[in-house]
Every structure is written in C-alpha cells, then in structure tokens.
Design a protein around this ligand. Structure first.
Ligand code: PGA
Length: 252
C-alpha cells in the first residue's frame, strides 16, 4: 500500500527560535493524532536542519531538505552536498520545486544530475513538477507534465523510481490562493500514474505516492486528499502555522 504524506515546505521562513517554536507546537498537536499510514515531513532551511533533526528525534516528524547540489563536494561556494544532509540525519530532499526552476535556473538537465546524485547517496526524493498558467491556458498541461517527468526521471530503474515521491504543483496555484480543483488534481495524478504504469508497470505505479501542492489549506485539504490518486500534499504557507498544518494532516 502506498503511503500518505503531508510535507511542509517552509521555504526561506523561520529563524532558529521560530523553528524551535513551530516544531514544539506541531509536536504538541500531533500527540492527539493517529498518524496510521501517514508520514509527516517538515523542511526547515539548511541552517536549521541540525536543530530540527534533534528536536524531532523522539517523534514521527521527518526532517527533509529543500535542495542540494549535484556534485559530491568541491569548489561550489554556498552549496550543500548529499553527504552533508545525510551526515545530519536528513534522508529526504525536495528537488525541482518551481521556485528553484524559476528563480535559480534549474533546468531538467540540472535536475537529472541532482536526482542521480541523490539516489546514488540513498537519499529519498520529493520531486516537484507542474505546469505554468500559460501552459494550462493553452491546454498544454499534460504535455508539460509528461516531458518534465520523462526528461528527469524515466531513465531510472524500477527500483530507483520507488525512492521518489512525486509532487504535482501547478505553478499558478503556488502561494496564490488559487487551488486546482480536486478534480483537476485527480486528472493529472491519474495521468501521471498511467505514465508510470506504461514506463514501468502497474505495481510500481501504484506504489509511488503522488502529492498535490499549491494553496492547500485546512478548508480544501479534505476534498483534494479524498481523490483516489492524491496521496497527500506539499504544503507551503499553511505549514508555517502549527494549527493549520495539523488540520491538514488530520484531513488525510
Ligand atoms: P503554497 O506552497 O502551499 O504556499 O501554495 C506550496 C509549495 O510551494 O510547495
């Protein structure tokens, strides 16, 4: 059975004391929640990962990184390697977020290298993809999603692809308050699962979690998560408030 996942993407928010406070609040809230088959991720900024790992040692929250470099080490000022993450106790990394693609020039080619390096180091990946508004308006969203997945992931073996969690994030829905409807999300998720089944096989396709991201809030999470092929969410803004994040986790 594939896992449900609710992942908080904190982006460039929360200094050290805010990080500690938010973790404390989420931990307190989750005490009364039966997580069953649901994994909960938080992704603080790099400088607070170590503290976050320490503070979540005795609970089910998993700390994930927002990015990493594709080189193992060397003269890459300001960058973070896979080994550095692993050494802190971080076992999962988000790759391909649309903000990385848009503001930091991450192309499919760069992302392919990052995916390969992460897998080589046994890091699990949350791989983000999704179309821009103009793609959807021009009815190109299926094509765009297909090419993002094919270009970056479909060279992987069956075993490797199982270490990937997919996150469909239509760019027009991120931080805008505009959510894809539950049916729009389901339509793409089902399409992605069909692509996975064609490229690999049905069993593989059914074992991969596909999250939805883009303005998920406590008031829309339940409807989106109720769809057959939606296995959870990648949550930005609402993951910064413990009560909202908890409510979203409870919606699954
Ligand atoms: P949002 O962000 O929930 O604030 O729209 C989602 C994301 O960027 O992962």
């Amino acid at each position: 059975m594939r896992q449900n996942i609710v992942a908080g993407n904190w982006k460039m928010n929360n200094n050290l004391s805010e990080t500690k406070k938010l973790i404390k609040e989420i931990k307190k809230n989750l005490k009364s929640v039966n997580l069953k088959n649901t994994r909960v991720f938080i992704s603080p900024t790099f400088v607070n990962l170590r503290t976050a790992v320490k503070k979540t040692k005795k609970c089910e929250i998993e700390v994930v990184a927002q990015n990493m470099h594709y080189e193992e080490k060397g003269a890459f000022t300001g960058e973070i390697s896979a080994d550095m993450l692993l050494n802190l106790g971080v076992n999962t990394v988000i790759l391909g977020h649309s903000e990385r693609r848009e503001y930091f020039g991450e192309t499919d080619e760069i992302l392919t290298k990052k995916v390969n390096t992460a897998l080589k180091n046994n890091l699990e990946i949350v791989f983000c993809f999704g179309e821009k508004l103009e793609d959807r308006e021009n009815k190109n969203h299926f094509k765009v999603v297909e090419s993002q997945l094919k270009n970056v992931l479909f060279h992987l073996s069956k075993k490797e692809i199982k270490n990937i969690i997919l996150a469909y994030e239509p760019v027009w829905a991120i931080g805008t308050g505009k959510t894809a409807t539950a049916n729009e999300a389901q339509e793409i998720h089902a399409f992605v699962r069909k692509l996975l089944a064609e490229q690999y096989d049905k069993e593989t396709a059914n074992s991969i979690s596909i999250l939805y991201g883009g303005s998920v809030k406590p008031n829309n999470a339940q409807e989106i998560f109720s769809k057959e092929d939606v296995d959870g969410g990648l949550i930005g803004g609402a993951s910064l408030k413990a009560d909202d994040f908890t409510a979203i986790i409870k919606s699954i």
